[in-house]
Design a protein around this ligand. Structure first.
Ligand code: CBF
Length: 841
């Protein structure tokens, strides 16, 4: 690797090279310096926001020194890198994570204290980086943490949205969406104005033979938009590795600004193109598990894929290796089908620009990509209209047709008798208009396809992709069960629990090897330990109760059982089942004698989550939860026995408060619909028990922690099809208790019954697709069992400890190692500084 500084001058350079603080004093010095110089504040006008900014800048400097070294080390090592392409990275806050990962939180806490600030208040000043919708985006963030912590040479590539997921407010019980402009002050990104890539759209394809008789295909004219790189350092835990997340921002290309118009006074028109270009990276589409074929979204996808690929190739070319080595140097993982155009773009670059023969190029492509499927829901499987692609990316459409042609020829040769097979597996769906099935393109263009939990990986093989299993054989399809990073979801979110665990296990090593938690089982009968365990849960509940009071004005009793369902609002996740259960409980309490009431454990039912702005049913569920809360919370006859709370604007930093405070959390999707779920893992790791269906990762959690520690209910995924069929063609029986709930809604107990009629009639009149009526009875009975079990606190705490002890499997570190072994074929790059850094943590 060449240096831009000549040898004789390097000594001076080395002498003054930045080192980064390692002590409290140095941290204070750096923070005050930033407050006084970068921010132009002083001790007379330094508020908490300025203290946050100064602290963040000090830590940013600290990270970037290691970032530089990491990038140099990885370049020198010249080994394979993994590139994780994701349209979503739901990072949350960065400061606390940075402090913990570099092992300097204690120094920062003391240092800030001496400067007159509480670290908790400072941390809270940070705006969440909310560049994601839900599980998929948060998984990407956990993966980045693990990749860095395990010392893999890895880059994330995404879009730098100016507006992340909207902020949710609740007005009169309805969700209201407020734009989330989060970039007013973001110390965690480095604009790289020198790293730009021009991305082409529209235009036409010119095929001709050049003077030397060579066939040339050239994509011409159209519009150019420039991608500008913004780099976000990703620190690993207890290691000097700091990886890179590169986010692209769109801006008009240098040639786009129309000076002629500007000079002639047409200011508005002159800037119109500029604004159009900037729109591409302006906003995150707020749909989770829902495909909404909008042109701008397709533009986003291509813009980001093209910029990322050209960047990757530029890096590869520096190694001066031949193209056939590309898959040995580069592994690209597609987080869902959103980046599938990268497959087509690489083939285009290799064939059209590099002049490589089609088959040789295709071999390079398929060896490079891996595709992760995250859903079997039909409404979430991406399809793009052929005319739209034709218009926006004319050359890519031709390549897609060619990929399809060669693929179908191969299929025809292998299955000459199965004529229908061709139509079933064709990338092009013969609909009106024709569409491109992105999942099929992703499978055909990748060497491995994985699901995200065992059941889900089996389901994709037996349902939506079953023909492809016949074509490619089962080995192309694999499972990598999701995981979560214990650094954020235990150590950061629940520091007291982490400390207690460390005191028993003798160190924080479990944060790097989560299977070490199993030693906690030795303490399951230790009275003092159990007492402390319960006290920590209680303290976390007090903290959540304070948040609920300030966010909603509702006062809840921390001694009550906290029952939590926080996740995106979706019919398949069945928040409607939960709220119908709450109404059922309310009616039951109203009918109870004083004696019976005394025996009942008071409960707080806590909901949170955003509905996609255009998803009417989901918004109706939010409305019903709030209206039920209004009635129940003000019913003096019920008092503390039941409270219903909707926490507005659920996001990563709220999850960090909510999850450690739960007694029971709900993961109650219709069996076979939730690919994995990851919050189920977070709740259990924080000592909460779960009520759940046999769906997604719930199944593996149950296997690991034991059936006696999980409250399971409901129908199995293999029964779903028959039940649905029966709703239409058989006798659809509605549970009498559920009918009572509907009667109460219809009576207007919770306000205008018309407002909720769509929810009720989805079950009574439209086939109850999500099987709420089928599972209602077992759901309510299981809730009764929870009440009973909760009464015996000693047993409850034992279950909680045992469950945490058995959660080792669900770390995202395990997950990343599995991807590295079975899909990417890469090894970590060991770091010398690691031992030194670790000793400070
Ligand atoms: O795999 C991560 C998560 O992805 C989703 O959120 C998604 O957007 N498809 C799934 O719904 C989750 O089950 C899954 O855990």
């Amino acid at each position: 690797v060449e240096s831009s500084i000549p040898e004789p001058q390097r000594e001076a350079w080395k002498k003054y090279s930045a080192t980064g603080f390692k002590s409290k004093d140095d941290f204070q010095k750096e923070t005050v310096r930033h407050i006084e110089t970068t921010l132009a504040r002083s001790l007379f006008n330094c508020d908490e926001k300025a203290a946050y900014s100064g602290t963040a800048l000090a830590f940013r400097d600290r990270l970037i020194i290691d970032w530089n070294k990491t990038q140099q080390r990885q370049t020198f090592a010249d080994q394979k890198r993994i590139y994780y392409l994701s349209l979503e990275f739901l990072m949350g806050r960065a400061l606390d994570n940075a402090m913990l990962n570099v092992g300097l939180k204690t120094a920062a806490k003391e240092g800030l204290g001496e400067l007159g600030f509480r670290i908790e208040d400072v941390i809270q000043q940070e705006h969440d980086a909310a560049l994601g919708n839900g599980g998929l985006g948060r998984l990407a963030a956990c993966f980045l943490d693990s990749l860095a912590s395990l010392n893999y040479a890895a880059w994330g590539y995404g879009l730098r949205y100016r507006y992340g997921i909207f902020k949710q407010e609740i007005e009169n019980g309805y969700q209201v969406e407020i734009p989330d402009y989060w970039l007013d002050f973001n110390p965690w990104e480095f604009p790289r104005n020198d790293v730009t890539i021009d991305v082409q759209f529209y235009g036409w394809v010119n095929k001709y033979t050049d003077d030397e008789g060579k066939q040339i295909t050239s994509w011409q004219d159209g519009e150019i938009v420039t991608a500008v790189a913004y780099d976000v350092p990703i620190p690993g835990y207890g290691t000097a590795t700091v990886n890179n997340l590169r986010l692209w921002s769109s801006k008009a290309s240098a040639g786009e600004f129309d000076f002629a118009k500007f000079n002639s006074g047409e200011y508005e028109n002159a800037v119109a193109d500029e604004q159009r270009a900037e729109t591409i990276s302006a906003v995150l589409y707020p749909n989770d598990n829902m495909d909404r074929g909008k042109e701008l979204r397709l533009k986003q996808q291509y813009f980001w894929c093209a910029a990322s690929l050209h960047d990757i190739i530029r890096r590869f070319k520096k190694s001066k290796r031949p193209w056939k080595d590309f898959p040995e140097q580069v592994a690209i993982q597609l987080n869902d089908t959103h980046p599938t155009l990268a497959i087509v773009e690489l083939q285009r670059i290799l064939v059209d620009l590099e002049g490589i023969e089609w088959n040789a190029a295709w071999e390079i492509v398929t060896k490079t990509f891996g595709y992760t499927n995250h859903t079997v829901l039909p409404e979430a499987l991406e399809k793009w209209s052929v005319p739209l692609i034709q218009h926006l990316l004319p050359r890519h459409l031709q390549i897609i047709y060619d990929i399809n042609l060669y693929f179908l020829q191969q299929v025809e040769r292998r299955f000459p008798k199965d004529r229908d097979m061709l139509g079933r597996v064709s990338i092009i769906e013969e609909s009106q208009p024709k569409t491109v099935r992105m999942a099929y393109l992703a499978i055909i263009g990748s060497h491995k396809v994985n699901g995200v939990a065992e059941l889900h990986s089996d389901l994709i093989k037996t349902t939506i992709f079953k023909d492809f299993v016949k074509i490619y054989g089962p080995d192309k399809f694999t499972n990598v069960t999701n995981g979560i990073t214990p650094r954020r979801w235990l150590h950061q979110a629940n520091p007291r629990l982490s400390e207690l665990i460390a005191s028993k296990l003798g160190s924080y090593e479990f944060l790097k090897d989560l299977t070490l938690l199993n030693k906690l089982e030795n303490f399951v009968d230790d009275k003092d330990f159990k007492k402390e365990w319960a006290e920590i849960k209680y303290a976390n509940k007090v903290r959540l109760a304070q948040h609920i009071l300030s966010a909603t004005g509702i006062s809840v009793n921390p001694k009550a059982l906290f029952d939590v369902q926080v996740k995106r609002i979706h019919e398949y996740k069945r928040q409607q089942l939960n709220i119908f259960g709450v109404i059922h409980r309310y009616l039951a309490i109203k009918n109870m004698s004083a004696e019976e009431r005394k025996k009942l454990a008071p409960r707080v039912s806590i909901f949170g989550g955003k509905a996609a702005p255009g998803y009417w049913m989901a918004k109706t569920i939010i409305h019903l939860v709030n209206k039920v809360g209004d009635v129940v919370n003000n019913d003096k006859d019920v008092g503390d026995l039941l409270k219903v709370v909707f926490i507005p604007d659920y996001n990563v930093s709220k999850a960090e408060i909510i999850i450690p405070a739960s007694d029971i959390s709900e993961h109650i999707s219709t069996a076979g619909t939730e690919a994995s779920g990851t919050s189920n893992m977070k709740f259990v790791l924080n000592g909460g028990l779960v009520i759940g269906t046999l769906d997604g990762a719930n199944i593996e959690i149950t296997r690991e922690i034991g059936e006696q520690n999980v409250f399971l209910f409901g129908n199995l995924s293999e029964d779903v099809e028959d039940l649905r069929h029966n709703h239409f063609y058989g006798n659809h029986q509605i549970d009498p208790e559920l009918n009572k709930v509907f009667d109460e809604i219809k009576k207007g107990t919770f306000g205008d019954e018309g407002a909720f009629s769509s929810l009720v009639s989805a079950i009574l009149d439209h086939g109850d697709y999500y099987l709420v009526s089928d599972d209602f009875n077992s759901y309510c009975k299981t809730q009764d069992l929870i009440d009973e079990t909760y009464k015996n606190q000693d047993e409850w705490v034992s279950k909680s400890i045992t469950s945490v002890a058995r959660m080792g499997f669900f770390t995202s570190d395990r997950c990343i190692n599995e991807y590295a072994d079975s899909i990417w074929n890469i090894e970590p790059l060991q770091v010398k500084e690691e031992a030194e850094v670790r000793s400070r943590t």
